[in-house]
Design a protein around this ligand. Structure first.
Ligand code: XMP
Length: 507
């Protein structure tokens, strides 16, 4: 496996993605927390950073245990760091070095550049530049503006590049990573969904033995894949709980429960709708709604878990982006825009040990793992859906009648997306019930009813998103159908805001 030391670049996760795309396993760790089992890593990549190596108080880890002992690739800040501390010179650059550039010189007969020639486009993003190579540095490539665009250290498998091979705009970036990881560091490309399943199932068996494990299923991709993995490892010792909070999509509770049973899972459905709606009575503030739902969930789950005699573990569908967001190298905690209740965890007194079989995976890898275990496309392709469900799509206070209206509207929208073959092209879609009534006319009657907003976005991780350009005919038909079928709604609008500055959910 490969160790990626994170100096806080916005591109660090992308490096990990590219490495995984080569079927090589990697992990990201903060620059100042080199893992204790660093021996087990066969190569190291140093990431970029928003900082300058010339600063006083900044990111200067001791790499003596690693450098020269393992193959190392230093990217951007990493390259400058290497130069600065090994007899080279880094200074502020006179010209702006952002965006595309082309290699104007590439050293011939160099494994690092196999298959990459002069002219290849690379992506730069830095304000410092390497003026002088470090001791024993050998120049490997230049661009028009950046002389020391790539170098190696003679006698070591240590390579450094000023540009970013991980972004798509570096056309041969993937080739370069492959040259380094496969040809120079000699890593095997054997990390596949199948091998992940085999290894994880074995590891779970060893870790859990005959212990009982409880897992909360949400209907979403992550918890479902986690459940199937655990089921493969420990069978009936996995106790799944699927809670109906009364804020799911129309018919979702019964259909998802059936699906889970069909997959052979030991699952208990708990219909706690009334309890949740009660907890939400007269609550309008989005964060208070999340708290109310989070607390109710913990209570319900806790009651159920206590019924399982001698349960030792709590399994969670945590995935990689959840993990690394909390270990960002430079940042303190970022501002809480919305608190996502489902990452809050359970009360201490439950004293369960945590097992998270998907901790190392990105979302699309989770889907691939699910597919390799033969899981239904219907589950794997499901859009993300927030833990608090329709509660944060009903603006203002929540009543059973509002839930009914929104469930109906949402069902028309989602069913139409499916029948128009648009569902899989959209990252997430849903409807919002607005806290306004507007005047309409139906037949010869004046109406004064609810307005709903439809939202469909494209995204890769939910961090940024753009609205989807759905066909007008689709919107026309969907709007008609909603107004004709759903009693209480006389107006439909389509949300054309991107994130940022808006967010995906309205609350
Ligand atoms: P926002 O609205 O923050 O949403 O742009 C980004 C992604 O997160 C989901 N989301 C939530 N998920 N609990 C969740 O489990 C929450 O409280 C929550 N709020 C937003 C949202 O659906 C989108 O996928």
């Amino acid at each position: 496996k490969v160790l990626i030391l994170d100096f806080g670049s916005q591109y660090t996760q992308l490096i990990a993605r590219r490495v995984r795309e080569l079927n090589i396993y990697c992990e990201i760790h903060p620059f100042n927390k080199i893992p204790v089992d660093s021996e087990s890593f066969k190569a190291v990549i140093l990431s970029g950073s928003p900082n300058s190596v010339r600063g006083e108080d900044v990111l200067h880890p001791d790499l003596t245990q690693i450098r020269g002992k393992k193959p190392m690739l230093a990217v951007c800040y990493g390259a400058q760091y290497l130069a600065h501390f090994s007899g080279g010179k880094v200074a502020e650059s006179n010209t702006r070095e952002y965006g595309r550039a082309n290699l104007s010189f590439v050293k011939q007969d160099e494994d690092f550049f196999t298959g990459i020639s002069k002219g290849s486009q690379v992506w730069m993003s830095h304000s410092d530049t390497i003026k002088q190579l470090p001791t024993n540095g050998v120049l490997l490539a230049s661009t028009h503006d950046v002389e020391n665009a790539a170098f190696k250290i003679e006698g070591e498998k240590t390579y450094a590049i000023q540009f970013h091979p991980e972004v798509y705009h570096s056309t041969d970036g993937k080739q370069l990573l492959e040259n380094f990881l496969v040809h120079i560091a000699q890593l095997d490309q054997d990390w596949t969904p199948d091998s992940f399943v085999d290894e994880t199932v074995e590891a779970l068996k060893a870790q859990l033995g005959n212990d009982k494990v409880v897992l909360g299923l949400s209907g979403g991709v992550d918890s479902s894949v986690a459940a199937i993995l655990l089921h493969k490892a420990i069978g009936k010792n996995l106790y799944c709980i699927f809670v109906n909070n009364g804020l799911l999509r129309k018919n979702e509770y019964s259909s998802v429960l059936e699906q889970y049973e069909g997959m052979g899972l030991n699952v208990k459905g708990v219909d706690a709708s009334a309890r949740f709606l009660d907890a939400l009575k007269d609550v309008s503030d989005p964060e208070l709604k999340r708290k109310a739902i989070g607390n109710a969930f913990i209570e319900v789950f806790d009651d159920e878990a206590h019924l399982i005699e001698d349960v030792k573990w709590l399994a969670q569908g945590t995935i990689y982006p959840d993990v690394i967001e909390s270990v960002s190298a430079t940042g303190g905690p970022s501002a809480t825009i919305k608190s996502h209740h489902n990452v809050g965890g359970l009360p201490d007194y439950m004293k369960l040990k945590i097992v998270e079989p998907l901790r190392a995976l990105f979302k699309d890898e989770v889907r691939r793992v699910g597919a390799s275990m033969g899981m239904d496309k219907d589950i794997l392709g499901r859009h993300p859906f927030p833990g608090p469900g329709l509660a944060i799509r009903i603006l203002g206070d929540i009543t059973p009648e509002k839930v009914r209206i929104l469930q109906e509207v949402d069902a028309v929208f989602i069913d139409n997306l499916k029948s128009w073959n648009l569902y899989d092209k959209v990252w997430q879609a849903g409807a919002m019930l607005l806290p306004v009534n507007s005047v309409g006319v139906m037949g010869d009657e004046r109406t004064y009813e609810k307005c709903v907003a439809l939202r469909a976005v494209e995204s890769t991780d939910g961090m940024t998103a753009d609205w989807v350009n759905l066909p007008y005919e689709f919107l026309q038909k969907t709007s008609n159908e909603i107004i004709n079928k759903v009693k209480g709604v006389n107006r439909v609008v389509y949300d054309i805001s991107s994130k940022p500055p808006a967010t995906i959910e309205w609350e």
